[in-house]
Design a protein around this ligand. Structure first.
Ligand SMILES: Cc1cc2nc3c(=O)[nH]c(=O)nc-3n(C[C@H](O)[C@H](O)[C@H](O)COP(=O)(O)OP(=O)(O)OC[C@H]3O[C@@H](n4cnc5c(N)ncnc54)[C@H](O)[C@@H]3O)c2cc1C
Length: 469
């Protein structure tokens, strides 16, 4: 009996329930990945993320070949092509069963329903699994059966329901029957449109696991203390691997618990705090699933639809190119260009600056981040932008606006992160670097500030209170 595993956001063998079930229930297994560059463009997937996905597919192909499972990549335009393409593969190869792991985005769910429908009509057995999160979105509910919209009670419930059996993920694959289908990954065409140093992000699930265990062995203990200082590299940088499914969140939690005597909410502070962040990721997946309006470009807080956002092309370009004249903002945006990644504290600072001081629509910033992040993930990115712009669930109150210079002094006190990314400022001392005087700017060839922090802050508060009233 032959089975097909339709890979999407699960580019790994470890803790891959669809692949595991296919291998358990059939003697010949094929994997399929539908490469749809136009659809990716529509979803603002970053060029560096596409390259990362391709490199991870190559790594996975090599691991799968060791158990005689071929990986076929078919290029097409968009999600609408999926039912026909899958039926075609099934017919040509006499496949009897199809397996996949669920995705929870609005378009992805619609695509999967269409595929399921055509498989059912053709009497092809199909089964899907949950691999993205510990609890499938929508299953953690309040006593009244409603979805949570505030993180702390969600997390409390998440912990109450937790059971170590969820992390029963160890599985040893056995070699399958050889197939006459050959993998075809050399045919993937990709036009590079980014300047990210990809050597920062080596592909492959073994690399991801090594990165995780190295972090948990050596750094997580200091996470609670170091996580907000961007120069310290105090966070795991596992997000690109999670976002493309090169590692699972169950694996992350299991490995973290091993470092904490299997305690979820006590023991080592750093581990507990780190697991908290994985729960944030799950929280935002729940928000996306339970409140489909956020997938359709709407704010979570309805009143914020009334905000009169500004738009100024020059300011937008300055922000995108790291030339706002605010060193902490510019260093963060330059990190994004160079690494395809930005430190979490800085994501909040630049997003708040964009939506409050610049008073630009959060959706523009959200899209720009997706177009540039190697860890672009719709729910976390949307959640982060809506938090920072005070339009979202459990968001920052609109009148509490980060001052980028204070943030810079607090979290990059010696200016080392700024110096790393803004060579023009590398000779300044720590007193000057956070807010260079106009004389220093000229001498350093560093741009003037695009706005006045005090008046732009008041302008934002006015815009929000006007929208509210
Ligand atoms: C405006 C904005 C946009 C963001 N966009 C994305 C995005 O597109 N993709 C993405 O994965 N994260 C996003 N985040 C969340 C967070 O910034 C990143 O997950 C984190 O910086 C990744 O680095 P790390 O792997 O070293 O994290 P660690 O601190 O080591 O955390 C471990 C994991 O927990 C999850 N996590 C951590 N913080 C958050 C958070 N605040 N929300 C949700 N999950 C979290 C991530 O999967 C992360 O890999 C965004 C945050 C903001 C404020």
């Amino acid at each position: 009996m032959k089975s097909l595993v339709w890979l999407r956001n699960d580019l790994r063998m470890d803790d891959n329930p669809a692949l595991k079930h296919a291998c358990l229930n059939s003697d010949e297994v094929h994997c399929l990945y539908l490469y749809q560059p136009d659809q990716m463009k529509l979803h603002n997937v970053a060029s560096c993320k596409i390259e990362f996905i391709i490199e991870n597919l190559k790594d996975l192909e090599s691991s799968l070949s060791k158990i005689n499972v071929p990986l076929t990549v078919i290029t097409s335009k968009c999600f609408d092509d999926c039912p026909d393409l899958i039926i075609d593969v099934i017919n040509k190869r006499s496949i009897k069963k199809v397996y996949w792991n669920n995705q929870f985005g609005f378009d992805e769910q619609r695509r999967d329903l269409a595929v399921k429908d055509v498989l059912d009509k053709n009497n092809i057995y199909n089964e899907s699994f949950d691999d993205q999160v510990i609890y499938p979105p929508g299953t953690i509910k309040t006593m009244e059966g409603k979805p949570y919209s505030v993180f702390t009670p969600f997390k409390r419930r998440w912990i109450e329901k937790f059971n170590m059996d969820f992390l029963d993920i160890e599985f040893k694959y056995t070699v399958k029957k050889e197939s006459n289908i050959k993998s075809n990954l050399n045919n993937i065409s990709f036009e590079k449109d980014h300047s990210v140093d990809m050597s920062i992000w080596p592909a492959g699930e073994e690399t991801a696991l090594l990165k995780l265990t190295d972090y948990l062995n050596n750094k997580v203990i200091r996470y609670a203390k170091d996580r907000n200082d961007p120069i310290l590299e105090g966070t795991s940088r596992i997000s690109p691997y999670l976002a493309s499914g090169v590692i699972s969140s169950r694996r992350c939690i299991l490995e973290a618990l091993k470092r904490n005597d299997f305690k979820l909410d006590s023991g080592e502070k750093g581990v507990v705090k780190w697991i908290d962040e994985i729960v944030w990721r799950e929280f935002y997946k729940n928000i996306m699933f339970s409140f489909p309006k956020v997938s359709k470009g709407n704010p979570f807080q309805d009143y914020t639809k009334n905000i009169n956002w500004r738009f100024n092309e020059d300011e937008f370009e300055a922000w995108k190119n790291g030339k706002t004249g605010f060193p902490i903002i510019d260093s963060a945006m330059r990190q994004l260009k160079h690494e395809g990644w930005m430190h979490n504290r800085l994501r909040m600072v630049v997003a708040m600056f964009f939506t409050k001081n610049m008073l630009h629509d959060w959706r523009l910033g959200e899209a720009f981040f997706m177009q540039n992040l190697i860890d672009g993930d719709f729910s976390s990115n949307n959640g982060g932008w809506q938090w920072s712009s005070s339009t979202g669930t459990d968001a920052a109150p609109y009148f509490r606006i980060f001052n980028p210079i204070t943030q810079s002094k607090n979290f990059d006190s010696d200016g080392l992160f700024i110096k790393k990314h803004i060579s023009e400022l590398r000779d300044l001392d720590k007193k000057e670097i956070h807010d260079p005087s106009s004389k220093i700017r000229q001498y350093c060839k560093y741009p003037s500030a695009i706005l006045d922090l005090k008046s732009s802050r008041l302008r934002a508060i006015d815009a929000f209170s006007e929208a509210k009233n």
